[in-house]
Each structure stands twice: as C-alpha cells, then as structure tokens.
Design a protein around this ligand. Structure first.
Ligand SMILES: *Cc1c(COP(=O)(O)O)cnc(C)c1O
Length: 522
C-alpha cells in the first residue's frame, strides 16, 4: 500500500518487514552506531540517539526517474516525500498533518515557498511566508504533527513536553508550531536581554493553552546549558514520567525537522519547469545561507532522490567554519565567534554536518565517531582526501562579511527594487563569487531564509546612509522600512505592539527546574 502511494522503492528490501501487514518499513539508525534500528516514529520521538549521533535512514532510496519526479501542489509533493520516509505513519494521519501545517491560515502565500524571478537565470525562493517570517516555520509547522503521530504509532502514553532554548528565531517558530497541538506542551527559554525587542515581543505575547515562555538571567550559553541540565536530570525525568510527561526537543537535529525541508527543493524545480524557465535536461544550482547545515543538507537529500541539482552552494558569514571546511577538508571550530548582521548563522559547530559525513563515507560510524571525538577533544578534525573530493564534487562554498552583506542588500534594492534580509544577502554575495570564479551560468535558486522585516535594523542601515535612523526603536523601524520602500509590514509583526504580554517571568538558571515543574502544575 505504502509503496504504491509513493511509487518508489528502497534499495534494500530484504530486511524483515516489521509490521503485521507485511509492508516495507524503512528503518533508521544513528550516525555513530549501526546496531540499533528505529522506525521513523521512534527516531522522531527520540530526536537525538543515546550515543550522541543523529538518526538517518538505514537504506538508500532508488532515485526518482526524471519523468517521475514528484509534482503537483506543495502539499502533494510533501505527501510523496513524507510517505517515502515515514513508512510507519498512517496515510490518513499524514494527510491530516500536512493539511494542518501547510494551509492559508499559517502561510500568507498559496504556493507556500514561491519563487521570485530576480533575473533570467536567478530565482529567489522565499521561505518566509509562515507565521514567524523565517524559514524554520516550514519544518516547525509540521514537526508537532509528526511528533503527535509518532506518539500515537509508538503507543506512548505520556504527554510530550518540548523544551527549547533560543537565541531568537527558533523559539517563536516552535511556539507557533506547537501552540494548541493536543498531546504536546512547549516551553521556551530565552536569555534576558539577549534577543531583539521584536523577537522578545513575538515570544512573550504568544497565545495558546499549552505554551510557556520564560527569560533566563544570563546569556544564550547559560540558557542552553540550563536546558541541557534539565534533559540530563535523572530525578526530574523519573518525576515527570510518574506524572505522565516525557521531555523532547525541537531543534534541528531531529529527523522530523530535516525531512520537511526536502520538499521545497522539488517545489522550486517544478515551478521552473512549469514556467518554461528550464529545459527538462537542465540542472539547477541551489545557493543556501548556512548555519547548522540543516537547510543545505535537505538539498543534498533531494539530489540523492534524483532532483537534477548541479551544485549546492554553501554560503557562510564571517563565522566561516563551513566554507573553510569544504575548501580544505579541515574543520576548525577553535576560533572566536563573531556577532554578525546575520545572527542565525553565527555558529561554530554545525551539527547536521555529521549526517552528511556519514552519507559520503558510505555509512561508516567508526570514522564518524573518530572525527566527532577529535572535534570534542581538540576542537578540530580533518577528513581524508577521498572524502574531501566527494564533498567538493557536491558543494561549493565561500563566505561574505558584514560589509559585503549590507552592500548587496543596497544593490539588490537599487537594481531590482527587491528587498532581501541579511541572511539571504550572504547567499547572494557568495553566488556572485561562484559565478565569477567558476564561470557557471546554470540557473540558480537562492534560498531566502527570512523576511527583510525581521532584520529591519540592518536592512535600513544598508539602504540609508549610516546614522539616519540610529537610536530608533525596532518596532518603529518596521514602519520606517515599510514607508521608505512601499512594502507592507507583515501582519503578525504589525500587530505586535497591540498584543498583551502574557509571559513575564524571569528566572535564574538554577530555578529553571522549579519553573518547569510549576508550568506543569507539579
Ligand atoms: C536558522 C537560519 C539559517 C541557517 O539555517 P541552517 O539550517 O541552520 O543552516 C539561515 N537563515 C535564517 C534566517 C535562519 O533562521
């Protein structure tokens, strides 16, 4: 049944089917240990494997044939891709999940991830039409439904409590996704004074019966470590279990967050073909502003599934660990972390890279453990020449600094009358470098990861000379950007100042445990 729906097969179907109907069940295992198999539902419920590795499919798909690529509407493509990977989910549950996530209440564009043609061979894929105007919405709108279904499939009796530490975007996106999803609770911690005014208001005005938000005294590291301690607290775990709760995480190591991102790569290709921008034999480049390597890794999986991708172009900001790695084979995390105008990419350890290395070493967990141990102990590792060669065949990488970022925002607005945010600008700057160096004029799709209004301060700085609006509050900057460019302020941001603040708690790091128990009425 499942196989017929997807029209696809996995390569190794010799594995004993693990459901009574005899359907093929795709299994997952950890990048650090192939001994323990999980179903998709188990992998999504758990998030991270106990050995610290990430879950990946244990089998490889036979790629789609050119004339058999998933097509149709966004939700139809999602249906094909999800059913392929989540073989233990019930088809009706899946369809319900997709309909609850990708609809015109949550997304303000009917295509979900529309393409904007910037020039004949450059298309911007706008991934920010969801409720919080950043691309994380695309995964976080469906993850709660995946999780709820996983709970059902695995016979889990407890209510799942999702904890998240956030430096800004993830927290709000997770709150929006989980708000009022039955069987789940979401509690978000952010560093007091460590997020922007708009981001803080987005979180503290969150509605929903199953949500909690608190500021933590300290910086983002304190907040994140505090959440990690809650996860590792055995006594707390026992107490929660007795009361019918189970902790889970919503960050990008969860397979359920990666999978939804594969869909829009296929959607972009479908759009280019159907508009006649692309001939059926042509391949496409995708340019991806990268931090944790989740978004671009989804592009790799799309390519593995047969999408005609030429190069995946990895764009980093001044924290250029990833572009250095792809160019030299040496991952060097021991370096200062710079605060840039593209803060969602200010990352030194990109956790999803582990999945890619596992894939291109043909699933070699011993090698992965060696590299990850080296990274943990000495802050660096170097891959072998064969792995480097494979890496460079798939990816091209470079970075852009803050000055280049602002310059390209200004140029794009001047020449094309099109506004981009700072993260997208990093991608565009790197694409220009790619074209200059590689003389490749394949069609390129630039993944636009946030609405320019989410980063109004930097965008205004780029468009208007220096100090004109310095000292103006962020909420006012939204309206200034709108007035100066004629683009409307996105609805949920425009309403922010009218919404009542519902979450005012500030807790010390050592009080997070009590806060959590209190939030659960324990
Ligand atoms: C999270 C984020 C990124 C980085 O995405 P990864 O999947 O971590 O590489 C880029 N831009 C924006 C706006 C983001 O929120």
């Amino acid at each position: 049944m499942i196989k017929r729906i997807s029209g696809l097969f996995w390569r190794n179907q010799m594995i004993p089917a693990s459901n009574p109907k005899g359907d093929f069940i795709l299994r997952y295992y950890s990048t650090r240990n192939q001994g323990e198999y999980k179903t998709a539902a188990e992998a999504i419920k758990k998030g991270l494997a106990d050995d610290g590795g990430l879950y990946v499919p244990a089998e490889r798909a036979v790629p789609f044939k050119k004339d058999n690529l998933p097509r149709g509407s966004y939700t139809e493509i999602a249906d094909v891709i999800f059913k392929l990977f989540l073989t233990d989910f019930d088809a009706a549950d899946m369809e319900k999940a997709i309909a609850s996530a990708y609809n015109d209440i949550n997304f303000d564009h009917p295509l979900i991830t529309p393409l904007h043609k910037l020039s004949p061979d450059l298309h911007v894929m706008e991934l920010w039409h969801g409720p919080t105007y950043a691309f994380k919405d695309i995964a976080l709108q469906i993850l709660p439904h995946f999780l709820r279904t996983a709970i059902k499939v695995t016979g889990e009796k407890s209510e799942v409590v999702v904890l998240a530490a956030t430096s800004g975007d993830t927290g709000k996106s997770a709150l929006e996704g989980f708000s009022n999803v039955s069987g789940t609770r979401i509690i978000v911690y952010f560093p007091e004074g460590g997020v922007s005014e708009v981001q803080q208001l987005q979180m503290t005005t969150q509605e929903g019966d199953n949500v909690g938000v608190a500021a933590v005294r300290g910086n983002f590291d304190d907040t994140q470590n505090g959440v990690k301690e809650l996860f590792n607290d055995r006594k707390l775990k026992e107490r929660l279990e007795k009361s019918g709760y189970r902790l889970s995480s919503a960050n990008s190591i969860n397979w359920g967050r990666l999978l939804p991102q594969i869909v829009y790569y296929f959607a972009a290709y479908r759009d280019l073909l159907s508009r006649g921008e692309l001939q059926p034999e042509e391949k496409v480049n995708f340019v991806v502003p990268t931090g944790n390597f989740g978004n671009i890794l989804a592009g790799y999986y799309a390519r593995e599934l047969g999408l005609p991708v030429n190069r995946l172009i990895c764009a980093a900001n001044r924290n250029n660990v990833l572009s250095d790695f792809i160019n030299t084979g040496r991952y060097l995390s021991r370096r200062p972390l710079h605060q840039t105008f593209s803060p969602s990419m200010d990352i030194l350890v990109s956790s999803n890279l582990e999945r890619l290395l596992f894939e291109i070493t043909e699933h070699d967990p011993r090698q992965i453990v060696r590299w990850m141990d080296q990274l943990k102990n000495s802050g660096e590792y170097e891959v072998d020449p064969e792995t480097l060669q494979k890496l460079q065949g798939l990816f091209w990488a470079d970075y852009a600094d803050d000055r280049e970022t602002l310059q390209i925002i200004a140029e794009t607005y001047r020449y094309f009358h099109y506004l981009i945010d700072t993260h997208t600008a990093v991608g565009l700057a790197v694409l220009q470098k790619y074209r200059t160096e590689e003389k490749d004029n394949c069609h390129s799709v630039l993944l636009s990861t946030a609405s320019p209004f989410k980063f109004s301060g930097s965008v205004i700085k780029a468009l208007f000379d220096g100090e004109k609006y310095s000292g103006v509050s962020e909420l006012d900057l939204l309206h200034i950007l709108s007035r100066e460019t004629g683009n409307p302020v996105p609805a949920n941001l425009a309403l922010l100042h009218e919404k009542p603040v519902k979450h005012k708690q500030v807790v010390g790091r050592q009080d997070m445990r009590d806060h959590l128990l209190d939030a659960l009425d324990l």
